[in-house]
Write a protein that binds this ligand. Structure first.
Ligand code: URA
Length: 285
């Protein structure tokens, strides 16, 4: 049996078990998914597109023209994960479990990227920009995250980006501003993230900032202690690093380098090629 086909079956079985344990007794399955599951002959993956250079990136983008082979997934795997993720999205979009957030949000911000991504970034919660557009990490901090992803030789389209909390935390009495999600809000929303992770089955997770780490692992000893050290979530290696918003507040090269070193560890874990230039980003000349 081909490795890709086995992975496809494993991911489908894992997802169905998760749905069953959450009380689901029926799943909608398309003809395409059934065909993909019953046909072990898979086409060679060709879906990943060349990387586009970032707009005014603070780092130089690697010249790699294509995504590393280790980061590709077969089309049939991608299709079944896409279907599962779309079904989950339909369940999450109308969520009203946190009534206060459901009434203050513009929309639920589900997640974005490749349903079969090998690498998944997890932030804390949508801000005003994300709430307006329905996509995570598109404000200033998000633009910096995009540059980091590009510097790794990847793009937003071939990783997956989501938050622990899928609604913008409300700020009663204030017309603007952000607040941290509460422990109760994160606990309520976390099962959705877990399902996203179970469907996508990334080979590595990156948790962005202390709140994400607290929400995912219940660890509060401080992001500066945890960053750079592999953790595990849902059986998947997880690298904690600083939130890009922190890098916007603290422009020191040393802090950028710390985040970059964390990304080098992630690239190593994913067996991605690392160029000399990439090794040296944010090192003083
Ligand atoms: N900060 C986050 O943690 N998530 C977003 O989507 C945007 C900003």
């Amino acid at each position: 049996m081909q490795r890709e086909y086995r992975e496809l079956l494993d991911s489908t079985i894992g997802h169905l078990q998760l749905l069953k344990s959450a009380g689901a007794r029926h799943v909608a399955v398309s003809q395409e998914t059934i065909a993909a599951l019953s046909a072990p002959v898979l086409p060679t993956a060709t879906r990943l597109r060349p990387i586009e250079p970032p707009i005014s990136s603070p780092v130089k983008v690697v010249e790699t023209a294509t995504i590393p082979a280790a980061m590709r997934t077969p089309k049939a795997t991608n299709d079944s994960k896409s279907t599962a993720l779309a079904a989950l999205r339909e369940r999450v979009l109308p969520c009203i479990q946190c009534a206060h957030l459901a009434s203050s949000r513009t929309q639920v911000v589900f997640g974005v990227g490749d349903p079969a991504a090998q690498l998944m970034f997890v932030g804390e919660a949508p801000g005003a920009d994300e709430d307006e557009k329905g996509e995570p990490f598109i404000g200033k901090a998000g633009q910096l995250l995009t540059k980091i992803i590009l510097a790794m030789g990847l793009s937003r389209e071939n990783v997956y980006i989501a938050n622990i909390l899928k609604c913008r935390p409300d700020t009663p009495g204030q017309s603007a501003g952000n607040r941290k999600p509460t422990a109760a809000e994160m606990a309520t929303c976390k099962p959705y993230l877990l399902e996203q992770i179970q469907i996508i089955q990334p080979r590595a997770l990156v948790a962005l900032g202390a709140t994400a780490i607290d929400g995912l692992l219940g660890k509060t000893e401080g992001i500066s202690k945890l960053r750079g050290h592999w953790q595990e979530f849902a059986g998947i290696p997880l690298m904690p690093t600083y939130h890009p918003a922190y890098l916007l507040r603290n422009q020191a090269l040393s802090e950028k380098r710390k985040v970059w070193e964390d990304m080098l560890l992630v690239m190593g874990k994913l067996e991605m090629p690392i160029s000399e230039k990439q090794h040296n980003f944010f090192l003083r000349a």
